[in-house]
Design a protein around this ligand. Sequence first.
Ligand code: GLN
Length: 533
Amino acid sequence: MTEVKYVFVTGGVTSSLGKGIISSSLAKLLQARGYSVTIQKLDPYINVDPGTLNPYEHGECYVTLDGAETDLDLGHYERFLNVPTSQANNVTTGRIYQTVINKERKGDYLGKTVQIIPHITDEIKRRIKLVGSGNKFDIVITEIGGTVGDMESLPYIESVRQLKWELGSRNCIVIHLTLVPYLSASGELKTKPTQHSVKALLEAGIQPEILVLRTEKSLNNDIKRKVALFTNVEEKAVIESVDVTTIYEVPLKMLDEQLDRTVLRKLELPVSEEPPLAEWREFLKRLKNPKHSVRVGLIGKYVELPDAYKSISESFIHSGARNECKVDVEYIHSEDITAENVNEKLHGLKGILVAPGFGSRGIDGKILTAKYARENNIPFLGICLGMQCAVIEFARNVLHLDGAHSTEINHKTRYPVIDLMEEQKSVSDKGGTMRLGGYKCSIAKGSLAHKIYGKTDIIERHRHRYEFNDRFNDDFKNNGMVPSGINPESNLVEIMEIPDHKWFIGVQFHPEYSSTVVNPHPLFVNFIKACIE
Ligand code: GLN
C-alpha cells in the first residue's frame, strides 16, 4: 500500500467514554485483518508530558520502551495490539508549543507573526503524519483527548479539519464517540446530547463519518435512524457500544457491530473475511471461566484512584487468565498500615504486591508490608519503590542496620541502602529526567528470576532516580537477599530475591508496562501461580 490512512477518534458529551478502548479495539480488529496499525494520543494539556502529573490528576503515567512518559491510554494500545508504542505516539499541547516556540527563538519563522493557525496546527499535523511516516503502518488511529467543544482541543480539531481537506475523505475519516444516556425515570434513551455534540463538530467544519454511541442499554434501530438523520451520518455507520463487563470484550462487540468493516469501507480498503481472533477468544474464555481464585493485596498510596495502577491491575487480569484464575485485587492504602494492625490488615492475602511510588507518604506501611510478606512466607512482588521498601526492611530487620533508608526519604540516614544514582546527582529539572525506558538486565543462572524468564538476557522498562546501593551488596548476599538481575553496562541492581522464601522478588523496573493480552508478563504469571499454590 502506498498511502497511509488516518482515522481520528473524537469524543463528545462527556469525558471518560472510553475513546482509548474503542481506538484499541478498532486497531485490534484491523490488525487481525492483516493491516499494520498504530494508535496515537493527542492530549490537550500544557504539560510537556504527564510525567510531572500526580497520579490523582491523570491516573498512571505509562512508560514506553524508548523512555517516554506518556498517557495511560498508550498502555491499552500496547495491551491490545501487542506492539510497542513510542514517544511519537503521545503528543501534548505543551510539546507542540514548546517545539513551535523553540523554532521561533531559533529564527525559523523570521519575519512572521507566529499564530495558532497555521503554526500550531502545522506542528500538530506534522506530529500526526510523523507516526505514519516510514512505511511502517497502513493505518494510523489518532485519539484526540478531551471533549469536542473544549477550548483546549480547538487547535486539534482544526488540524483534523485541515487534514481531511488535504487528504480527502477516503484517506482520513473521523469517528465521533458520544453518550446516549438512559433516563430511568422516563425509561428513555436520549439522543439530544449526541445531536448537540455532532453540531459542535460541524461548527468546527468536521462531518464525522462514523458515530459510536456509548450506552447502558441496547439501542433500537429507530434511535440509530434518528441519530443518523440529525447528524448526516449514514445509518449503518451509527454504531452502538453497550457497556460490557471487561474492556477486552469490546473488540468482539465492535466486530459484531461491524465497526472495522465500516471503517475499511469508508477508507476504500479491502475487507477480508472474518478476522482470526482465536487467541483473543481463548483469553476471554479463560478470563470468564476461572478454575481458581486468589485474593492479592496491592499496597499503594494512590489506591483511591484505581487508574493510578492501571497497568498493574491489567497485568493481574492477563496473568490471571493465563492461570485460569480470578485475581481479586484488594487495594490497601499504605498509609493505613501500622505496626499494630499490619497482621490484621494483610491477613488472608495469598499474595502481596507493593506498588511503585515517590516520596515519603505511606512509606512506613510499605516497609511493614514487606516484612509481613517475608516473615509469613507469602508470595511478594515489589515493583520499583516496592523493591526499595523490601531492601530497606531487610536491612533494618535482618542486617540490623538501624534506621536504614532510602536517601529519597531520609538523606541523612547512616545506612543509605537505596541511594540516588550517580548520574542523577547533577539533575535539577523534574520533567523527563529519571532513568526512563528499556534497559538491559542480566539474570543470574539458577535464580528464581531465571526460572521465571527462562533466559538470562532481558530488557525491562524503568522509571526511577534511586537504586540499590552497591556498598551493601555482600551484606545482603551473605544474609539471604540476593541481587539476581544486574544491568550489564552500569552494574545497577535490577532484581533482588530471597532464595529461602516461597516467592519473594523485588524489581527496580516495571514489568507491568509490558504485559499484554497475548503475552502476559512472566513475573506476573509466575507470581499468580505461586499465589495459587
Ligand atoms: N521513588 C523511587 C525512585 O525514584 C521509586 C520510583 C518508582 O517507584 N517508580 O527511585
